[in-house]
Design a protein around this ligand. Structure first.
Ligand code: GSH
Length: 346
């Protein structure tokens, strides 16, 4: 696969060349940090354009940095490293990749950016202009062992699968996130990853972006959302391949869990903003779905308590602020616009 653009400055500059710079709301909590020179230019240019000609439509008012556990995790991975994750603390797609990196303990550099600023240098990395974006070292100098060439990759699922494959030594990176020994099981995992990405996640946005003027009622989208969660729980409960919990693959935490964990963590936002909240019936009031919701809750509790999920999470109130525009359906994010117009997510 070839990419439209390499990272010219990175491939020309020694990877160790860094500058200490002052940052603004664009970059993360490490207000004085080391960055490769081209990203110094990238950030500086983006910052000044945001000061002079900030378009009214984009969601640039987001707080610029992670807080809480995610701030510590980001800060402990802020030193120069050839593998770079460009992320945004608020973004669930980024959190998928962040959890993968944390699970496998992959050495990397985390760089917080605001993807709503479409700086040309960011678009050169990812023409879709979305986080997560990864800068991947692809060729090592046999003499020094250092990366010589760095190429971009994007799309959260692609990134997670790439990281699982490229960092596959079980002694260093632990058990694989997709089962390797059973092609059927791997395919079944992919099937449920597809269910998450093509059904649960889009329904989450239709739910949180619901307003009274929509052509569907809040009850309709709540029921639809429940049905997708129940289908997932039923698979864990009744499928011939299913194993006792808590995770999708039983005791083994896998890519299936990672794909859904960020939205599980964000369910409290629906409780916060939407009348009736997520509305999962309480135990004893679930009719024929008693067992199914119990299995969902078992999965949910284990996933939100997982270290890698907690370590990539900022303070709750920060998400409440960031998702207000979704709840009011005024967000101009690509995900928000696609949801509003009935298109599939970017
Ligand atoms: N399909 C993409 C979606 C990524 C995505 O939508 N990221 C959002 C932040 S959560 C973004 O970068 N938005 C920038 C924009 O909407 O302009 C993936 O899985 O990585």
């Amino acid at each position: 696969m070839s990419f439209p653009l390499r990272l010219p400055p990175l491939s020309k500059l020694p990877l160790t060349l860094t500058l200490s710079i002052r940052t603004s709301s664009l970059v993360n909590h490490t207000s004085k940090r080391s960055l490769p020179i081209q990203f110094y230019q990238f950030h500086q240019r983006t910052m000044s354009s945001s000061r002079t000609s900030k378009p009214a439509v984009v969601d640039t008012s987001l707080q610029g940095s992670p807080t809480g556990a995610a701030a510590s995790f980001a800060s402990s991975h802020s030193s120069e490293h050839p593998l770079k994750l460009y992320g945004g603390w608020f973004c669930p797609f980024v959190q998928r990749v962040w959890i993968t990196i944390a699970e496998k303990n992959i050495p990397h550099q985390y760089i917080e950016i605001n993807p709503y600023h479409k700086a040309p240098e960011f678009l050169a990395l990812n023409p879709r202009g979305l986080v997560p974006t990864l800068a991947v070292p692809t060729v090592s100098d046999p003499k020094t062992g250092k990366a010589k060439e760095v190429k971009p990759l994007y799309e959260s699922l692609v990134l997670c699968e790439y990281l699982d494959e490229a960092y596959s030594d079980p002694d260093r990176y632990g058990e694989r996130l997709l089962p390797q020994d059973d092609a059927y099981e791997r395919a079944r995992c992919r099937l449920w990853i597809d269910h998450i990405s093509s059904r649960i996640v889009p329904a989450f946005y239709r739910f949180i972006q619901h307003t009274p003027d929509k052509p569907y009622t809040i009850e309709e989208i709540r029921t639809e959302f429940h049905n997708y969660l129940k289908a997932f729980a039923k698979e864990m409960l009744f499928s011939p391949s299913s194993s006792p919990g808590p995770f999708f693959l039983g005791k083994r935490f896998s890519l299936v869990d990672i794909m859904l964990a960020p939205w599980a963590k964000r369910l409290f936002l629906i409780d916060h903003y939407k009348p009736g909240g997520v509305g999962i019936p309480s135990a004893g009031h679930r009719g024929e779905d008693e067992k199914v919701w119990k299995r969902w809750e078992e999965w949910y509790k284990a996933v939100v308590e997982r270290e890698s999920v907690k370590n990539t999470w900022s303070d709750n109130e920060q998400y409440v602020g960031a998702y207000k525009r979704y709840a009011e359906d005024t967000t101009q994010s690509e995900v928000g616009k696609a949801t509003r117009s009935g298109r599939s997510l970017p």
